[in-house]
Design a binder for this molecule. Sequence first.
Ligand SMILES: Cc1cc2nc3c(=O)[nH]c(=O)nc-3n(C[C@H](O)[C@H](O)[C@H](O)COP(=O)(O)OP(=O)(O)OC[C@H]3O[C@@H](n4cnc5c(N)ncnc54)[C@H](O)[C@@H]3O)c2cc1C
Length: 452
Amino acid sequence: MTRYDYDLFTIGAGSGGVRASRFAGRLGARVAVAEERYLGGTCVNVGCIPKKLLSYAAHYGEDIRHAEGYGWRGAAPVFDWRTLLENKDREIERLNGVYAQLLAGAGVTLLRERATVVDAHTVEVGGRRISARYILIATGGWPVVPPIPGAELAITSNEAFHLRELPQRVLLAGGGYIAVEFASIFNGLGAHTTLVYRGERLLKEFDADLGGFLAVQMQNKGVQLRFRGNIVRLARSPVGNGLRATLADGAVLDADCVMYATGRAPNTRNLGLEGAGVKLSDKGAVVVDATFQSSVPSIYALGDVIDRVLLTPVALAEAMVVAENLFGSGGRSLDYEGIPTAIFSNPNVGTVGLSEAKARERFGDVDVYRTSFGPLRHQLTGSGEQVLMKLVVDRKSGRVVGAHLVGADAGEIIQGFAVALKCGASKSQFDATIGIHPTMAEEFLTMREISV
Ligand SMILES: Cc1cc2nc3c(=O)[nH]c(=O)nc-3n(C[C@H](O)[C@H](O)[C@H](O)COP(=O)(O)OP(=O)(O)OC[C@H]3O[C@@H](n4cnc5c(N)ncnc54)[C@H](O)[C@@H]3O)c2cc1C
């Protein structure tokens, strides 16, 4: 008989929690996971997956218009938001089922309730106390809306996936990836879309060229961008059924829907962590070491709740480290260098490695190769859409340390280049690689002129 009810008790069946629980189960551990809301967490239910489905929907609308240049004629089809949401929900239900099967297949007990931490080895679930050798906090994050008057009238990405109707006028607040993705979605689906951002450049966490270039492309597609704008008050509009946003400079914007995408906070409130002695950061994230162990040795945490890199594949990789270290051969850690990512705006953005500014900080001398051009695909559409490609090279070693792209399918393209960067590929190896013609991506191999 072991002392504990389970070897591992995971709180949260999102990307990280499910992966850690499944792999721990497969390694022979007795595992239970508690989930209070939805199986698969943010990514499956209100994140990556439904976001990309909505993004596809928005792209189809544009493709139909662009097809005219390729000879397609006839009445344009009419977009139906309800159909999209019903089909999206059906797909998510399917994925929820897949997650349940994965857990069951690994022998993991699923408790569909909220769990809280009582002490180093005890959790409380639905009034029951359960003991575990290890507790894993994988509770993710939650969107934050600033406490302005009328904040309760705004929605976040959580609600955007369940709107009863497609709003005709959408006002978005934020300049990060979720803001630009939803601006592109709403705009592409036909809503009059305005994005208000306090800063001066979109995507400020990425290479500076990306946000500037994307802004121009989004504006060309019809998104209204207002930089240095700050919403200070929301109220019901005195005209019609909409909302009225007042900006700090006194400007007034009317919209049917106001969506905030200004940040997310770790989900640690009322979780019992402080009482159990778990150290939290100022932002409420669980503080962990390189092995994801918290200040309480039996309590681990991973994914968005540790507030390192808020991406599903990162949560999955962290989960593998935890499962292997606790129940497998051990000795694992995670290399956070060179994590590729995509932004599913229109056009897409894909990026891996260092921005030019970060590369200069780290290496001093860097060579930058930059090109922008109208891709072949759009020569007949008349859309005027442009592509940006950029390579950042450490001059001393000749290694490519950053690859950045704004253009269609940027994520698909950058994924492959991420492997090359991980392998330490040099610019001369890029140059020696034969391109695939005619593609957009071949330009990454033909950039010879250093930008000044
Ligand atoms: C709009 C949006 C788009 C995104 N797009 C992408 C993308 O394209 N690519 C990408 O890589 N990442 C994307 N992300 C980020 C990605 O969704 C997260 O990084 C990922 O889901 C983190 O996984 P996690 O396991 O840490 O947390 P989550 O997936 O959030 O899972 C946490 C789970 O814990 C549950 N929970 C919380 N508290 C408790 C409790 N006390 N008891 C029981 N259960 C609890 C929650 O209900 C939730 O299911 C997106 C996020 C958002 C919001």
